[in-house]
Each structure stands twice: as C-alpha cells, then as structure tokens.
Design a protein around this ligand. Structure first.
Ligand code: NAD
Length: 500
C-alpha cells in the first residue's frame, strides 16, 4: 500500500486536521502511486503561522554565519543523496534523470552560496554630513515568509526561495505544488537533519486555491514569494497589493531563439533541441519560438525536424530516454488544444502534434515533440505560453525584424541569439526585452549565483538567485550614531570650513 505523508507543522510531522488526502502519481505510469499527501486547509495553515512565529523568535537571533553553517550542511546532505533524490523527482515529475540531477545540483549550488552569504549580508557605512557622527545601513530579518512553488523544478525552485529566506533569518512556510509534494518532503527532511531548529520551517501540502490562498491572505505572513503561472500570479498580486505585502513573482515565458544566417548551425541545432524539448517543454525558460533568418531557414528547419522525429519518448528513469511525459492529463489536453489552434491559424505542422502510438507509452501523459512552421507574429501559437513540447518557427529577413518579434509578447524571461557578429551580440543584450539573454547558447541554463527573473508579465521586478535575492528577504535598516555631544541638525547645520 502507498505511504501516507504528513505536513510538517509545529515541529512535528502531523496529519491534516480535516483528514483529507490527495494521490500523487507517476506521470510516466499512472498506476504507480507514489503516496497520499495532505489536502490541508486554512486551519492547518493557522497552526503553521503560529509555530513559525515562535521559530522566527529563535532563528532571527541566531548569528547569520551560524545560519549559514546549517545551510552548508544542507548542501552536504543534498550531495550525499543526489542520486536518490533525483530518482524520486523523475518518478514524481517525469523529466529525465540527467535533468533532475541538474535540478538537485542547483539546490546544492544555492545552499553553498547561501552558506557563504552568512558571512557577508553586507550593509554600508557611509560618511555623515555632520561631524562626529556615523551613518550606516544593515540587514534585518523580516518575519514569517510564505513560499509557493510550481511543479517543473521540484527541488531547485523551493531551494532558491527557502535557502536565502532562512539565511536572512526568517521563518519559512513552504506550500509546494500539489504535483510534486514528495520532493518538498525530502527537502524538509534534509533541512531538519542539517540542524535547522524545528519551528523555523513548516511544510503545508495542499491545493493552491485553498491552502495557498490562505497563506497569501494571512495577515501575519508579511512576505510572499511565488513562482508559477502569470494567471495565478495576478490573483496573488491583487491580494498582496491590498495587504501591503512584500511580494516576489516569477511567472510565465514565451522565449525565442534567434538564429541568423552567419550562425554556427550545428551549435544552434543542439541548442534548440535542448531548449524546446528538454523537460518536455515545461520550463519557464523553454524555447517556444524559433526565429530563423531567410538564408538558413529551409535547411535548418529540415535538419531540426529530422532530429525532433528521432527523439525517444519514455520514462525518464530509463536510460536513453530523451523526452519524458507531461505532468498530468490536463496539461496534455492544453497542449492538444494548441495543436488545433495552430492548425486553425494556418500554421504548418511539420512534425509531432499527437500522442505517441503503442501500448508502451499508453499509461503516461506523453506527447510527441511538435514543430509548427510558417508561424506569423501575433498568432496565438506565437504569443501564448503552451508549456509543452511545441515549437513555433518564424522566418525573418533581418536581425531587427527578429528583435521586434522577440519583444512583441507580454512575457520577458529569456532570449537567445546565435550569431558570429560580436557587435550584434552586444546590441542584442541591450535591445532584447528579457531578464536574461544568452548568446550562442539556448534560452535555458541559469546559474545559481546570478540573478534570475524576467521583465513585463514574467515578473514584478524582483529576482531569484545571486546576490539580489538577499535584498528581497531582508529589511534594510539605517543607524545613525552621534557622538558629538551636541544637537546637530541634518540639512540645517553647515560645517563647511569649520574645524572639528
Ligand atoms: P501554477 O500557477 O498552476 O501553480 C503554482 C503554485 O501556485 C502551486 O503551488 C499552486 O498550488 C499555487 N496556487 C494556485 N492557485 C493559487 C492561489 N489562488 N493562491 C495561492 N497559490 C495558488 O503553476 P504550475 O503549473 O505549477 O507551473 C507552471 C507555470 O510556472 C508556468 O507558467 C511557468 O512559466 C511558471 N514558472 C515560472 C518560473 C520563473 O522563474 N519565471 C519558473 C518555473 C515555472
């Protein structure tokens, strides 16, 4: 019988108060039940907030370098368990093992980066405009932080949020995607084993519309960090705006790879296959538009179609699989609806466009790598996030035309340009309207020590990762120390030319 998992609230593993559970199944083989997870509600969340406040009282007073030491041990445990965790993630989420290993590695990198940040967390000391006075800024923890995460990076994204939030001295309530609760369970086990005091982290499983909503609406959770769809982000943004909460949003993408006539085509081909069909197209940074210059369009498209047709669909845990299943049947139905939309808009289906045939793949949510050519700017196929293995190919005459196409969507996460023209590459980094531009590399491949995020409706100006995320999870406080022994009035007393 499948295992029944629990929430982690109040320093112990507990059943949901309403006694309700949901099933977590392997998307490659839906008869494989991974476990039953709590379908929690607002009452569980209420207990979690009260506990997290006690955790905050302890943790916020723990010196930052000591907090960093805990995160270093978290990194060590992730290293030890990398293979087992990656295997559990592929079973739960579907992407191939090489990718779930990378997902865990991103958690490891994030842990070690956070550990060192415990000895920085820089403030500034600056000159005062008055005499015998010091002026400085420093960082303070904020309080209880609510983290809401999506399914596609089951380890990396929870670690991007949890580790810097903890390093800054906050207590954390994690509400993971209901599609990947097991990975979150494994992460919290590791945090506790590494020595995190029990009430500093709370894990509350359940649906977004119930427990996620309760977390966002809770008045004693002043910080929310969300990664997921733009639609959900809008709902969360409204609530947080009304309640004056600090909010970080990382949302959808419609990322383009541009290949110009002078590009290294072999390199560009490998890049687009990895960008478009890796993680079965379920990456916020997935390449979903390919913009080809006229001179290379036909030959490149033909080579790409041959390679896409040869990709092996299958269980991500089986050696040799290139493309795993989609996360669930509803997302496959969404992809199928876009096949109809694309046909209706007059795009030419070059390959894929259907579920694979045969008994072997009939028990999972598989869909063939799909390419549409003849896509024109403004089509829904070209504008909307599909979140599946569907690539739209557009033809252009000039680099300027390609840049315009890249920028004319509501999203702005990542972009990619393949060219040998160095001047154009630097121009692209300025002019492409995205949070990240890759030159001669696909639209994916972020590194944990650089800021990650997008512009326009992909984000709201904050960044995950790198040094910037530490600004989000801490409050800047300023201290002035006047040791002159007199009343000194800023902006009024003028010391020009006066000796001390
Ligand atoms: P989703 O929006 O359906 O769900 C994300 C999370 O929000 C889940 O934990 C869900 O339970 C929760 N949620 C849903 N409704 C909620 C509500 N009303 N209140 C509070 N929480 C709620 O997204 P998904 O399908 O899990 O992930 C795919 C989406 O995530 C894509 O749009 C993708 O582009 C985006 N994404 C963005 C980034 C990025 O960094 N920009 C990274 C990964 C994924």
């Amino acid at each position: 019988m499948a295992k029944t998992f629990r929430n982690y609230i109040g320093g112990e593993w507990v059943a949901p108060r309403n006694g309700a559970y949901f099933d977590n199944r392997n998307p490659a083989r839906t008869d494989d039940l991974i476990g039953r997870f709590p379908d929690s509600d607002a009452s569980d969340l209420e207990v979690a907030v009260r506990s997290a406040k006690r955790g905050f009282a302890v943790w916020s007073r723990t010196p930052a370098p000591v907090r960093g030491d805990v995160l270093r041990r978290v990194g060590d445990l992730l290293v030890e368990r990398k293979e087992a965790v990656a295997d559990a993630m592929t079973r739960e989420m579907g992407k191939v093992l090489a990718e779930t290993r990378g997902d865990v590695q991103e958690g490891i990198d994030t842990a070690y980066y956070a550990a060192t940040e415990g000895r920085r967390l820089f403030g500034h000391t600056v000159p005062s405009e008055l005499q015998s006075k010091w002026a400085m800024s420093f960082r303070r923890p904020i309080g209880v932080v609510g983290l809401i995460t999506p399914f596609n990076f089951p380890m990396a994204i929870p670690t991007w949020k949890t580790f810097p939030a903890l390093l800054c001295g906050n207590a954390v309530i994690l509400k993971p995607s209901e599609d990947v609760p097991h990975t979150a369970h494994l992460l919290v086990e590791i945090l506790l084993e590494a020595g995190l005091p029990p009430e500093v982290v709370q894990l509350v499983h359940g649906r977004g519309e119930t427990v996620g909503k309760a977390l966002v609406e809770h008045p004693e959770v002043p910080v929310i960090s969300f990664t997921g769809s733009t639609e959900t982000g809008s709902i969360i943004g409204e609530t947080c705006g009304r309640m004056h909460k600090r909010l970080s949003l990382e949302m959808g993408g419609k990322n383009a790879q541009i290949v110009l006539d002078d590009a290294d085509l072999d390199l560009a081909l490998e890049g687009v296959l990895w960008g478009a069909f890796g993680t079965t197209g379920q990456r916020c940074t997935a390449t979903s538009r390919l913009v080809l210059q006229r001179g290379i369009h036909d030959t490149f498209l033909a080579r790409l179609a041959d390679r896409a047709k040869a990709m092996r669909l299958g269980d991500g845990r089986v050696e040799g699989t290139d493309v795993g299943p989609l996360i669930h049947d509803a997302s496959r139905a969404k992809v199928e609806s876009y096949i109809e939309i694309g046909r209706g808009e007059g795009a030419e289906l070059v390959c894929g466009g259907a579920r694979p045939s045969g008994e072997a793949l009939s028990h999972g949510h598989y869909f063939e790598p799909t390419i549409f050519a003849g896509v024109r700017p403004g089509m829904r196929l070209e504008q909307e996030e599909i979140f599946g293995p569907v690539l739209s190919v557009l033809r252009v005459d000039t680099a300027d035309e390609a840049f315009t196409i890249n920028n004319d969507v509501r999203y702005g996460l990542s972009s990619s340009l393949y060219t040998r023209d160095l001047n154009l590459a630097f121009r692209a980094m300025q002019e492409l309207d995205n949070g990240i531009t890759y030159v001669n590399a696909p639209t994916i491949g972020a590194e944990a020590h650089l800021p990650f995020g997008g512009v326009k409706q992909t984000g709201n100006g904050h960044r995950e990762g790198g040094w910037e995320v530490y600004e989000f999870y801490s409050e800047t406080k300023v201290g002035y120390v006047d040791y002159s022994g007199t009343l000194q009035r800023a902006q009024i007393d003028n010391y020009l030319g006066t000796p001390d």
